[in-house]
Write a protein that binds this ligand. Structure first.
Ligand code: SPV
Ligand code: MN
Length: 622
């Protein structure tokens, strides 16, 4: 279109124009031209896969003050605004065309109203600033799992984070030619004050599923702005639903069994519930820690990590609990720290890092000293509880060799978990795929954390840990999961795990390191190496098998008393959980598949029968 190329030529230098023109994709050109028209930037930089372009972005982040260099080469720190420290669920909405429905659980706004509102905030938002046009690829390059993406942003911090978290996508765009099958993201941080978004009341994240397009403005926090992360996950869930594959909030890791065997697991946990640390278990290998696409190939489930970096919670990362990450965070390599504390020697500090924290420095509240209070009188912690690090997985010593395999890795098992103080045992295998999806995945509840705005510690329903990101009605999502394995003879085994079980006094019943034993037990189950004990809700480990794993992998004696405390089947709590979750499906999810209620009824019956026979609390030895 001549007006498109004219508009582009007007704002872009010849060099930048040529980079765009070399990609024969009219829809992408139009997207960029429309964004220029709307946001009116002073200039436009087009980022190809070239090393020099990538370097331009990270240098710009320093120049604009969005990131500041730290004491170690390659390390920088970014601050988000004091009230912009997590995903904003209430202002994240689907743009809903008139006459369509997503169900009560998904937040939406009438499309024409929403587009007008968000465009009114984006209009002129980049005056005097440089617009960055970046190409990335979700998934390995040249894989049929993968999706090309274009991100427009005025934040070099967002572009720099994406350069770490995603594979470069300019060549992927060349591959897709003039196809319209790609995701588009437009972000502006809006007016800035001290380098942070000022108009938080105008923070909006609006998602257009028909157009595979997301608008984000007046925010900087990664979960709201890094288009390829949770915003793309929403687009991918919708796309996968139409095409018969799954987009999940899952880590992917290789569990190393006897004789050098590697069995791949995916796992879904709500934010801040041990997902990254499970993907980083000592002695195992990481493929990814946050988002996976699952597809069927040759009668098996395969998956890829759509990312190549980690945007992880830094709180409690220390030499003892996360030695591999700690090593990367203290070595010269590319890391963006966000919302941590910086001391006068430009060293980063965070809660739970295992050494004493300074009593003053700079943090997300500005100049900080111990005891500082915010406007509401709340004490400001040295680093924010949701403070994060952003790094490249290839910089980790435990990266899995198949991380970039275009075929993905075969999935042997899937684990579902949440922050559950009193109900589920530490690990349990579901009897089959259907029960795994329904009784494990679709029944996840978790006590809330600092990863989203709002009160912490409230037990909330979060099916497959993906509720925050669902873009299709919940019932359809469950049905898709059930159907996914229908044509597969031996689908992955499904497990629940619970790292957060406590006793009556609130004391955790397990150590942090124990999760390694649960995953390695699951590895043995996938390969048929050990037997298990039947319970009303699934299959739990035998004491001898766990004792052996504790000894071999943690050099610990595992007592029978601990086993009983941890693996006692809690009948009343399990029944109460089924009641709570069923109520949600009955009242809020009008398209819940019938089989969910039938399965709940069946499991309830089994729990009651067992309770009548053995009492409310059943020792695994009974
Ligand atoms: C999560 O909260 O699940 C994250 C970080 O992985 S965010 O990008 O905020 O979603
Ligand atoms: Mn996540």
């Amino acid at each position: 279109m001549p007006d498109v190329s004219e508009c582009l030529k007007k704002k872009l230098t010849a060099e930048n124009y040529n980079k765009l023109a070399a990609l024969n994709n009219p829809k992408m050109h139009e997207f960029v031209a429309d964004a220029i028209e709307l946001c009116n930037p002073a200039s436009v930089f087009v980022c190809t896969d070239a090393v020099a372009d990538r370097a331009y972005i990270s240098e710009l982040a320093i120049k604009t003050g969005e990131e500041r260099p730290l004491n170690i080469p390659g390390h920088t720190c970014h601050f988000d605004g004091y009230n912009d420290q997590a995903r904003d669920k209430t202002k994240t909405k689907y743009l809903l065309p008139a006459g369509s429905e997503l169900g009560k659980s998904l937040n939406s706004i009438e499309k024409s109203v929403g587009v007008e509102e968000v465009c009114s905030f984006l209009r002129g938002s980049m005056v005097g600033r440089e617009m960055l046009v970046c190409f990335w690829c979700l998934g390995p390059i040249g894989s049929d799992f993968s999706i090309a993406c274009v991100q427009i942003t005025d934040s070099p911090y967002v572009a720099h984070s994406e350069a770490i978290l995603y594979r470069p996508g300019y060549e992927q765009f060349r591959k897709i030619g003039s196809s319209g099958e790609f995701f588009r993201f437009i972000h502006s941080e809006g007016e800035l004050e001290n380098a942070v978004s000022k108009n938080i009341d105008k923070r909006r994240i609006y998602i257009d599923l028909e157009e595979n397009l997301v608008y984000s403005t007046n925010t900087q926090y990664g979960g709201n702005t890094i288009g390829l992360k949770k915003l793309a996950l929403r687009l991918a869930i919708n796309k996968g639903s139409k095409q018969g594959w799954l987009a999940e909030h899952m880590f992917v890791m290789g569990a190393h069994g006897p004789g050098g065997r590697v069995t791949y697991f995916t796992g879904a946990f709500p934010s801040a519930c041990g997902k990254t640390s499970t993907s980083m278990l000592p002695g195992q290998t990481i493929v990814g820690d946050d988002i996976a696409y699952l597809r069927k190939r040759d009668g098996k489930v395969h998956c890829v990590n759509v990312e190549k970096g980690i945007f992880g919670i830094i709180r409690d990362v220390n030499t003892e609990d996360d030695p591999v990450i700690y090593e990367a965070l203290t070595s010269p390599c590319e890391v963006i720290f966000s919302n941590i504390l910086i001391d006068d020697k430009k060293r980063p500090h965070w809660l739970g890092m295992g050494s004493e924290l300074p009593t003053e420095g700079i943090n997300h509240s500005g100049k900080w000293h111990k005891g500082k209070k915010d406007a509401d009188g709340n004490e400001i912690t040295a680093s924010h509880k949701n403070a994060r690090y952003c790094l490249n997985i290839p910089d980790l010593s435990n990266r899995d060799p198949l991380i970039d395999d275009p075929n993905g890795v075969p999935v042997g098992g899937i684990v579902y978990g949440g922050r559950d103080s009193d109900t589920w045992v530490p690990v349990e295998q579901a009897f089959n795929w259907t029960e795994g999806i329904i009784i494990k995945g679709a029944a996840i509840e978790s006590e809330t954390t600092a990863a989203t705005l709002g009160k912490e510690g409230v037990r909330t329903f979060n099916l497959m840990s993906n509720l925050d990101f669902l873009s299709i009605p919940l019932g359809r999502y469950i049905q898709n999961n059930l159907d996914f394995a229908k044509t597969i003879d031996n689908p992955p085994l499904i497990f629940s795990v619970n790292y957060f079980l406590r006793d009556k006094d609130g004391k955790y019943l397990n150590g942090m390191a124990d999760k390694k034993v649960w995953i390695l037990w699951a590895e043995l189950r996938v390969n048929g190496d050990v037997d298990a004990i039947e319970t009303p809700t699934g299959l739990i480990p035998k004491y001898e098998d766990l004792a052996k794993l504790f000894k071999e992998h943690l050099s610990q004696e595992y007592s029978r008393a601990d086993y009983v405390r941890q693996f006692t089947i809690r009948i009343p709590e399990n029944l109460a959980k089924l009641d709570r979750v069923e109520k949600i499906y009955r009242e809020k999810v009008s398209d819940t598949p019938r089989i969910l209620f039938d399965t709940f009824a069946e499991v309830r019956k089994r729990l009651k029968t067992a309770g009548n026979k053995h009492g409310d609390y059943i020792s695994p030895f009974d």
